[in-house]
Design a protein around this ligand. Structure first.
Ligand SMILES: Cc1cc2nc3c(=O)[nH]c(=O)nc-3n(C[C@H](O)[C@H](O)[C@H](O)COP(=O)(O)OP(=O)(O)OC[C@H]3O[C@@H](n4cnc5c(N)ncnc54)[C@H](O)[C@@H]3O)c2cc1C
Ligand code: FES
Length: 367
């Protein structure tokens, strides 16, 4: 009854305030109360390493609790333009304060990650999507787990480890983690403390620049997978979750497939796996965004999403790697190349994913 009268009052107020809706005013007072868009407010920013930081975010109305391992579409204003990227939730589900955390590593030349690590203050309002993703533990947690991570790939696994530790449900876990140096291990102190306290968690760190000096040549930027797995001889009998650079994940997929245990490996990619294409044969073209009237010349390796953004076109996007389909747009003319497979396809009227499609000649997009 109380809900019905509240809804009536809200509708009446909306009508009186036409053409502005009640939600427009609500958003002005406190965006977190909006029922139209999910917002979040950054409550704290905590440096983790020299180039990574954790943001504590208080989500607004409509937020649904994440499952450990899932990611959240997060948009922040950069030079007046909202830019969205996906970030794994690094905190455990069910925090008593209702907040959640993401941990971002600044990518050189990146438009959003640098802003989140170095340019965001407590009080900043960000746009959020609901948590999503399949990189999660099953309801019945396997008895033996291998987590294979590198760099910022630790973030979804950190949420799982924190969750397991809080529930006092840590099974037999091996965590093989690779980073440039001890100081570059995101959550390093917490991981080492957890492994000290929890007998069933074994942590093996591999440092590629042990001195931590960026000017020094690396021992190896990425250790061969076989070298990492030497610390876990029963890897093929464990349920494995892997998150890290594309090369590491591709190598793991091959190894697990060849060992006949591909079904025991789940991977989370932060960037799409790009197919090798003969650079001489592949051509780009001029992309014409027909609704906005913008045109941009682009090469055969640049996603149409990035080309459009660089030309100032408002491009819908979510995961930016071919999973969520938020970026699907209508092809007006021309053909595109799927960057994941290298295959050319498309005809006028087809719907394409702009985040994993590049121009294969001149192209019209209905945006
Ligand atoms: C499911 C999912 C979960 C993710 N979780 C996290 C997370 O927890 N923490 C985190 O830091 N990032 C995470 N990412 C990556 C994140 O979404 C962004 O891609 C990353 O922050 C770079 O964005 P940017 O705007 O700074 O770079 P852009 O401006 O988009 O790109 C700038 C340059 O950096 C390159 N680049 C883009 N992404 C990466 C990358 N991940 N590594 C190296 N080079 C890159 C691009 O090719 C380009 O050359 C996740 C991505 C996905 C799909
Ligand atoms: S942005 Fe998610 S599929 Fe393209």
């Amino acid at each position: 009854m109380r809900t019905a009268s509240r809804r009536l009052a809200s509708t009446a107020a909306s009508l009186l305030m036409t053409p502005l809706r009640l939600d427009d005013f609500v958003e002005l007072v406190n965006p977190l109360w909006s029922s139209r868009q999910l917002w979040g407010r950054v409550e704290a920013v905590r440096p983790e390493t020299t180039d990574a930081a954790t943001l504590t975010i208080r989500p607004g109305r409509g937020w649904r609790e994440h499952r450990a391992g899932q990611y959240v579409g997060t948009a922040v204003r950069v030079a007046g333009v909202w830019r969205q990227r996906a970030y794994s939730v690094s905190s455990a589900p069910g925090r008593p304060d209702g907040c959640f955390e993401i941990t971002v590593k600044a990518v050189a030349g990146g438009r959003v990650s640098g802003q989140l690590v170095y340019g965001v203050m407590p009080g900043t309002v960000v746009r959020l999507d609901s948590p999503t993703g399949e990189f999660v533990l099953p309801q019945t947690v396997p008895e033996r787990i291998l987590f294979l991570t590198a760099g910022s790939g630790i973030t979804p696994v950190m949420s799982m480890l924190r969750d397991l530790a809080l529930r006092d449900a840590m099974p037999d876990v091996v965590l093989l983690h690779s980073a440039r140096s001890r100081a570059d291990v995101i959550f390093g102190a917490e991981l080492r403390g957890l492994a000290d306290r929890c007998a069933s968690l074994r942590l093996h760190e591999r440092h590629t620049r042990p001195g931590g000096d960026a000017a020094r040549p690396a021992d190896r930027e990425r250790p061969p997978l076989a070298e990492l797995l030497a610390a876990c001889p029963d890897w093929s009998r464990r349920s494995t979750w892997a998150c890290g650079p594309s090369g590491l994940l591709a190598e793991a997929e091959t190894l697990w497939r060849e060992a006949g245990v591909a079904d025991r490996l789940r991977v989370e990619r932060f960037r799409p796996a790009i197919a090798d294409v003969d650079a001489g044969a592949a051509v780009g073209g001029t992309v014409h965004f027909t609704r906005s009237g913008r045109r941009v010349a682009t090469d055969a390796g640049t996603p149409l999403l990035a080309a459009g953004e660089s030309a100032g076109v408002l491009m819908p996007s979510g995961c930016r790697m071919g999973i969520c389909r938020t970026c699907v747009s209508r092809l007006g003319a021309g053909r595109v190349r799927d960057l994941r497979t290298g295959v050319e396809h498309g005809e006028a009227g087809d719907y394409i994913q702009t985040c994993v499609s590049a121009a294969a000649g001149d192209v019209d997009i209905d945006l």
